[in-house]
Design a binder for this molecule. Structure first.
Ligand code: TNX
Length: 517
């Protein structure tokens, strides 16, 4: 029986033949030595979802599931590095790519070719895949999801789960927002007050300010990742060829760190913020504050071996610097006419240090306002207009414009929707998004990313409900060429895909409307 082939993202080229292949009739997973770690991951997935045991063996002919590298190796983080060809014939499976990252993406597709129940954690499905021929390569180099583990802490196991889900969708970036006004979420052993003070808040006020019913939840909230937690996250992602982009958001959104080390700030001491929004606390432009920041960046840069570090830089109010003698003195010394030059001074210092460590810097689009070194990648969120602006200023861009990429937004105007921060980002809207605006050189758009800000998403379950299935659709927007998307509307494959999400235990939002628990 031929099953309907329904994949998300839609591969660029897919030809189906009649019939299935039963993987239990194969002898082994035959893989090039370099691909053995991926081969064992695949073997383990097949075992967990279907009970099948396929050992990993050296390359061989015969009836095998073959993983092989061919062709000249492309550079990391290119679309060519993620390209793969997957042939399922009555004689076996052949998965070939020029880079191990491509094999990893091909494995993600193979997981989706299995029955949805194979995604369960218990052997619940037959190890059967349809006969297909796929040639695939992403449209964009960076396809990501951001987890905000600050506004509400999310445990390490949930982060690992989200990396696995990103993998299934052929995303290649998981951005961790690790610091903000409401908490500091990674341990820097030389700065113990981060763990003692900055990672906890006494209470939380959730809900809109206008909502009178919203009160303070008196339970302390917090959490912090130890260095070994971070290492575990790093290696879990690395095995799957997913890049972790750690974000240490400075010099603004700094209330939590300044609650622990007030001497680094430009204002009065205040506790870790129990509320959400934009606060005026910023680092003072002193050598001590800069040392602190550089120590923090070095700490994440050492743990996560991907090439990028996110410096944040969004929503930095200038009020404290306007009245700070230290900032005034810096402005005079450096001949700055505008107080925004103080942020640019931090941005440049962060870039210099990280570049010297062999890293590349990405920062929110506000880093453009005071000017940023051309090598900094601009992470656009305010609107698509900033994509043009950043490209015109010579930067590469990652696009996360709010109307399409913020999944803390409402999904419909139904009054039954769970409380959201604001906005309206329907699945259809995501499906209709072309992330390269007209008139922009497509090569300057590294890619796209969705954001799961967690002010209104207190538990992992809330995060999942907000993420899915919008994240699934976004993955296709980043992966699949526009003409292929138009010829294969994602709406026709979403129902099938929800079965996969269900099998993975994800509390997705139904397509038919909100469901409250
Ligand atoms: C703006 S996007 C922020 C975040 C909030 C988000 C809520 C960005 C760089 N800054 O601090 O969580 O809006 O949607």
């Amino acid at each position: 029986m031929q099953r309907r082939i329904s994949l998300i993202p839609q591969p660029q080229q897919l030809t189906a033949a009649a019939g299935d292949l039963d993987l239990s009739t194969l002898d082994a997973i035959a893989a090039d030595p370099e691909l053995h770690p991926l081969a064992w991951l695949l073997s383990d997935l097949l075992n967990r979802g279907t009970g099948l045991r396929l050992a990993v063996a050296p390359p061989s002919q015969g009836r095998v599931l073959r993983l092989r590298l061919d062709g000249d190796r492309p550079a990391d983080l290119t679309t060519a590095a993620e390209a793969y060809r997957l042939e399922v014939t009555p004689d076996g499976v052949d998965l070939a790519a020029a880079h191990p990252a491509g094999i990893s993406r091909g494995i993600a597709t193979l997981r989706q070719l299995l029955p949805a129940d194979a995604l369960r954690e218990a052997p619940a499905a037959a190890p059967v895949v349809p006969l297909v021929s796929i040639a695939d390569e992403p449209r964009l180099r960076w396809r990501g999801v951001m987890l905000d583990v600050v506004r509400h802490f999310q445990p390490k196991d949930f982060v690992l789960k989200m990396i696995d889900r990103a993998w299934l969708h052929r995303l290649n970036v998981v951005h961790l927002h690790l610091t903000d006004d409401q908490g500091w979420r990674f341990d820097v052993p030389s700065r113990p007050r981060l763990a003692e003070i900055a990672s906890w808040r006494a209470e939380t006020k959730i809900g809109h300010a206008r909502d009178e019913a919203a009160g303070y939840e008196p339970t302390p909230h917090g959490g912090i990742f130890s260095v070994s937690d971070l290492r575990e996250i790093a290696s879990y992602a690395r095995e799957r060829h997913i890049m972790i982009v750690p974000e240490v958001n400075l010099p603004g959104h700094a209330r939590a760190v300044l609650a622990a080390y007030p001497e680094l700030g430009a204002g009065q001491h205040k506790p870790v913020s129990p509320t959400f929004g934009v606060f005026e606390e910023v680092l003072e432009p002193t050598p001590e504050a800069l040392d602190f920041a550089l120590e923090a960046y070095t700490a994440v840069a050492e743990v996560f071996d991907g090439p990028f570090v996110h410096i944040g830089g969004d929503e930095v109010p200038m009020t404290q610097w306007e009245s700070s003698p230290v900032a005034r003195e810096l402005m005079e010394r450096e001949g700055m006419e505008d107080v925004r030059g103080v942020q640019a001074w931090f941005t440049k210092a962060f870039c210099d240090r990280l570049t010297a460590m062999g890293k590349r810097v990405i920062g929110w689009d506000e880093i453009l306002d005071g000017g940023a070194p051309a090598e900094a990648v601009v992470h656009v969120w305010r609107s698509e207009a900033y994509v043009k602006k950043a490209v015109a200023a010579g930067h590469l861009v990652v696009a996360s414009p709010e109307p399409y990429a913020y999944y803390d937004h409402y999904e419909s105007d139904d009054p039954e929707e769970p409380l959201r921060i604001h906005g309206l980002t329907t699945v259809d809207k995501v499906a209709g998004w072309d992330p390269v605006p007209p008139g922009v050189d497509a090569d300057r758009v590294l890619g796209i990313q969705c954001q799961l800000w967690s002010e209104y998403l207190p538990t992992p379950r809330d995060v999942e409900y907000a993420a899915f299935p919008r994240l699934s659709v976004l993955a296709e927007v980043g992966w699949t060429d526009l003409d292929v998307r138009r010829a294969n509307p994602v709406a026709e494959r979403l129902e099938d895909h929800l079965e996969r999400l269900h099998a993975m235990g994800i509390d997705y939002r139904p397509l038919t409307g909100p469901e409250r628990w």
